[in-house]
Design a protein around this ligand. Structure first.
Ligand code: ADP
Ligand code: MG
Length: 695
């Protein structure tokens, strides 16, 4: 389906608007505004009150005031550089209007002595007297009557003036057609929301500060439109991904029983519940698209193994994809004994497998000789052909957006069930925004017997104390991680920092120190990890490579340098590398003073709690949504009007609404469905439109 005709004027280039030429169009581009519709969604961030005042007595300097005045004497400056002053009387005061470097005859025409004018501008005190320098507006009383009482103020960029932008927005408003109503009537009535066009008018022609308040009906409606279109797009994407599985994957539980016995611990309640949900999804003829969300150490691997075994019990294969090679190896190593107990062969396939060994593995995967395949993303990209892949488990993929996930799912053979696992606890609104296309299981309970981790903040100025205590710990046989930050998002600088730190610790502790970072050749990386795992090395200096999932239960100390540079979720991940064994663990967050208030609050939050969900909520509050998941890669949509932190209620409502639509009119053919399609086009939810054949 092509874009509905009714939207054509809105998708015209902004340059077609009054006041916008090639230069200002370029400036608009910098604000992300290319089309008329973008301008409509460019919401004012404030307004100027232009209502006339009767009295200026007690006015605060810096305020913008509008007042009718009688124009008095003109006082020219004695030289070019001196200001031109005009005495006026208004608002119960005598004060001066001041001009610098202005032509006298122009001012004489603008402010003729003895006449009345309405002037508007910022007032200040100079030498204890009120004055207004360069009024923004000078109007006759007749013109002043037609002036808008409130003037919207827009975010600007260089090369664009407020007045210009306002003019363009007014032009854009004139092009806004009456849309078919895509919201439910009962909802509009209950919330007293205006129509789409009226909402835009209210926002751009505000009638007071309350029009722009977060809870104002106009803003709420536009935010809801945005959230609804997003949720609907996700669900349409989901529906298209879910089609065509054909067969259900059910097993007799025999393999699972054997693996569980070998594991030796009963599952936690949360693990059992998540597995039940997965089992039901896999048994269904619709493709499973599920997110397993569980804090560090909540036991996601067990759930993944059981799901993989269901695939094998059903007569097929399961694949587990890890984000790094280290993790793929670790998964393989950890799962091997359990799979073996179940009598299921595991194959580890990474980019490092070459030649005959690789061919042999590929053959085993293609012929079905192996039940479980573990690897990195290369699993679904290269020449790997599965005999009968029934389930793809994607571990730790919180860095992947919806689109990447869809691509992955598309690469997995048609109909294969998909389980995405993330160790980043995500506040529910973010989960809905970023993962609304998935069902969600939560592991909100940890296996018993965990010791709390003692977390301390310490200034880098006390580096030598830290090293000394580290020395004592090592002498007792403890093992420690030492994490260096990622400076400026560059792997290279992180590597340099880590190498420097490593050299220093090596001088002090010799072979007890090992180094691992992302730029190392794979063999060296493995060797370092192995030395740390075996205890031959007791200090592992690392970049955030170790963030995701490394499991060395004997490690009990985590030192993080420049902790203030990390996100809370990341710190939480890193801290989760310790406290995995029987020993008491500690985490040292080193910071470079002075710490700002927010930075301190964030680090103190880490000290206060180990609850990943609480930390995530706090991170969201302190940093905003984009940063919590790492903006670019997070897959989080960038909303123009909605605010994920504030509009949680609207988000939930939009979710339910979209669900109902999908239930009653999944192809959007009904009356409301058609209107919703217009909304999808309007909001440029291209994922839903390009990827789905909903026309
Ligand atoms: P995650 O991947 O969620 O961070 P893991 O799957 O690595 O967590 O599990 C963390 C640790 O808890 C592992 O050592 C694992 O063997 C152990 N574990 C998992 N489930 C249980 C359970 N039900 N009872 C006891 N220990 C468990
Ligand atoms: Mg894990």
């Amino acid at each position: 389906m092509a874009r509905p005709e009714i939207l054509f004027p809105l998708f015209a280039n902004a340059i077609t608007l009054p006041g916008i030429g090639p230069k200002s169009a370029q400036a608009l581009e910098r604000l992300g505004i290319g089309k008329v519709v973008d301008l409509l969604f460019h919401i004012p961030h404030g307004l100027i009150d232009r209502r006339q005042r009767d009295s200026l007595v007690g006015i605060d300097p810096g305020e913008v005031v509008t007042v009718a005045v009688i124009i008095g004497q003109h006082r020219r400056g004695r030289s070019e550089t001196q200001p031109y002053r005009v005495v006026v009387e208004g608002g119960g005061l005598l004060f001066e209007v001041v001009y610098f470097r202005a032509k006298a005859d122009w001012i004489e025409r603008l402010l003729p002595q003895g006449e009345r004018r309405v002037i508007s501008g910022k007032v200040e005190f100079f030498d204890g007297r009120l004055q207004m320098t360069h009024p923004e507006l000078v109007l006759t009383e007749a013109d002043a009557k037609t002036m808008a009482p409130f003037e919207p103020v827009y975010p600007l960029t260089q090369g664009l003036a407020q007045r210009q932008l306002r003019k363009a927005v007014t032009g854009a408003l004139g092009k806004a057609p009456d849309m078919p109503e895509w919201l439910r009537k009962d909802m509009l009535e209950q919330k007293a929301w205006p129509s789409w066009t009226d909402a835009l008018r209210q926002i751009h022609e505000p009638q007071g500060a309350q029009t722009l308040a977060p809870g104002a009906p106009a803003r709420a409606r536009l935010a809801y439109d945005e959230l609804l279109s997003h949720q609907l797009a996700l669900m349409l994407a989901r529906a298209s991904m879910q089609r065509g599985k054909g067969q259900g994957n059910a097993g007799d539980g025999e393999l699972r029983k054997r693996a569980a016995t070998a594991f030796g611990f009963p599952p936690t309640g949360a693990q059992a519940k998540a597995l039940e949900q997965i089992e039901a999804d896999m048994r269904s003829a619709l493709r499973m698209l599920r997110l397993l969300q569980g804090d560090v150490g909540s036991g996601k691997t067990w759930v993944a193994l059981m799901a993989l075994l269901i695939a094998v019990e059903a007569g097929g294969q399961g694949a587990l994809m890890a984000p790094t090679e280290i993790l793929a190896r670790q998964h393989a190593k950890g799962l091997e004994p359990l799979a073996e107990a179940a009598g299921v062969a595991i194959t580890l396939l990474t980019g490092r497998d070459k030649g005959a060994a690789r061919r042999e593995k590929l053959a085993a995967i293609a012929e079905g000789g192996t039940g479980i395949v573990i690897g990195t993303h290369a699993l679904f990209q290269s020449s790997v052909a599965f005999h009968d892949l029934r389930l793809a488990v994607i571990d730790e993929q919180h860095r992947f957006g919806v689109r990447q996930r869809m691509e992955l799912t598309a690469k997995a053979p048609a109909g294969c069930d998909v389980l995405v696992m993330t160790a980043t606890p995500i506040p529910r609104t973010l989960a809905l925004a970023g993962y609304g296309d998935l069902d969600i299981s939560v592991l909100d309970e940890k296996p018993p017997g965990r010791q709390p981790i003692e977390t301390r903040l310490i200034s880098t100025e006390r580096y030598l104390d830290v090293v000394e205590r580290l020395g004592q710990a090592i002498a007792r046989g403890d093992r420690a991680y030492w994490v260096c930050p990622l400076v400026e998002e560059s792997d290279r600088s992180a590597m340099i920092a880590a190498e420097d730190r490593f050299r220093d610790l090596q001088t002090r502790f010799g072979a007890a120190a090992a180094l691992v970072h992302g730029q190392m050749p794979p063999d060296e990386k493995d060797a370092a990890m192995a030395r740390f795992q075996s205890g031959e090395a007791q200090i592992l200096v690392a970049t955030t490579v170790i963030e995701v999932g490394v499991d060395v239960p004997e490690a009990t100390i985590m030192v993080i340098e420049q902790a203030e540079m990390f996100g809370l979720a990341q710190l939480h991940q890193l801290r989760g590398r310790v406290g995995r064994g029987a020993g008491r663990s500690s985490c040292l967050l080193m910071f470079s003073p002075p710490l700002g208030a927010t930075a301190r609050a964030r680090l103190e939050m880490m000290r206060e709690t180990e609850d990943g969900f609480r930390i995530a909520e706090e991170d969201l509050r302190l940093r905003g949504a984009g940063d919590v998941l790492g903006t670019a890669q997070s897959g989080l949509p960038r909303f123009k009007i909605a605010d994920l932190e504030r509009d949680t209620g609207l988000m939930e409502a939009a979710r339910d609404d979209a669900r109902l639509v999908m239930h009653s009119d999944p192809t959007l053919r009904g009356e409301r469905g058609k209107a919703l399609k217009t909304l999808l086009y309007l909001m440029d939810r291209d994922a839903s439109i390009q990827l789905l054949k909903i026309g």
